[in-house]
Design a protein around this ligand. Sequence first.
Ligand code: GLU
Length: 449
Amino acid sequence: MNNYVEQVINAVRQKHQNEPEFVQTVEEVLSSISTVVDNHPEYEKYDLLSRLVEPERQFIFRVVWEDDKGNYHTNTGYRFQFNGAIGPYKGGLRFQKNVYSGIIKFLGFEQIFKNALTGLPIGGGKGGSDFDPTGKSDAEIMRFCQSYMQALYRYIGPDVDVPAGDMGVGGREIGYLYGEYRRLKGAFENGVLTGKGFSYGGSLIRPEATGYGAIYYLLNVLKDDGQDIKGKTIAASGFGNVTWGLCKKAKELGAKVITLSGPDGYIYDPDGVSTDEKVEYLLEMRSSGRNCVKDYADKFGVEFFPGEKPWGRKADIVMPSAMQNDVHMEQAKQIAANKVRYYIEVANMPTTNDALNYLLEQKDMIVAPAKAVNAGGVAVSALEMSQNSERLVWTEEEVDQKLQHIMNTIYKNSKDAAARNGLGYNLVAGANIAGFERIADAMIAQGVF
Ligand code: GLU
């Protein structure tokens, strides 16, 4: 490995011992751009990589809210503005009880490259809170969001930093966050957030975009492999917004999503989540706030496996779409033993690094990385920003067409970047390289700071 790359990785290991998720993503990204750094001595001269792994700015703040019984609670809020070289910071907010700086930092770092890959003018950022939305009433969610925005509104804006949803943050939360922002600013600056409701500036197709984009990316992989999606089985995890979009598009194209998972276990539906009723039910499960996938098994009479993950199931395509580190070495071995041909990451960093490297070594397996596959969500967020700044609304067809074009370009650029660097058909390294090249170019052009 390139010496300078190794040096920076080691420094990150030292400095971020208590943030293992961040160390993991830095190791993954930097090791795959090593050959590019070999060819660019100026990166070391300007210490580009040390700058890249340090957020430009980070906010950590107190969020106090009142529950329905009149008790007060205090949570920690985060917003990390990681890299603004190619556009306003852009990335979601995650509300989940396990959120701490290491999670926001890993997501923010991933976001830099993902956003660069889209080809659109969006920098990398991420935020969230250790607030646990499970079982909270609507009024509690609203009060939490208002308090969160009171702390953050000074530091974001349509040309500064544009948050959006992530786990625990959907259309409802974005609505409350935007309402508070508008109230505090006294202006209709709706480009400050994306994932908004359609009535006040949201983009059509944004709710579906991450899942649809993942399937559009998959279509590229299948096409290059001489395969059709029709009739293929997909083992997915999660049941939230991303998995919902995935199921909806898979159904439309005649593929079957046969597993879903939640914190309580997984369900196996051999017929697939393949009717409108089933797909719609995922939305109901999410809005119930119960966070239980067993509800699906109860409703449709399929098998539920408490406390288990779906990775032992045979399927043509595996798509981990729930959360980070969902697939460890042991599960990777199971997936390989099942002779799965397509391992398509969807959630951010769903695979541990050792498991990912193991899967990449499997000769008959094609592996695609999350930062390319799930980029459709943030890409349509950028389209939402465009519509807001131009004060116009694009039709569903217009947005969908642009999304397809973006996903095809991401696939092609990743594939070409790997080939150009002598790495063969390596979509993981290719995505890192293509994203990195754009960022590095912009950073070098803008001078050292
Ligand atoms: N949280 C999503 C992501 O990781 C969406 C971000 C956005 O739309 O800004 O890309």
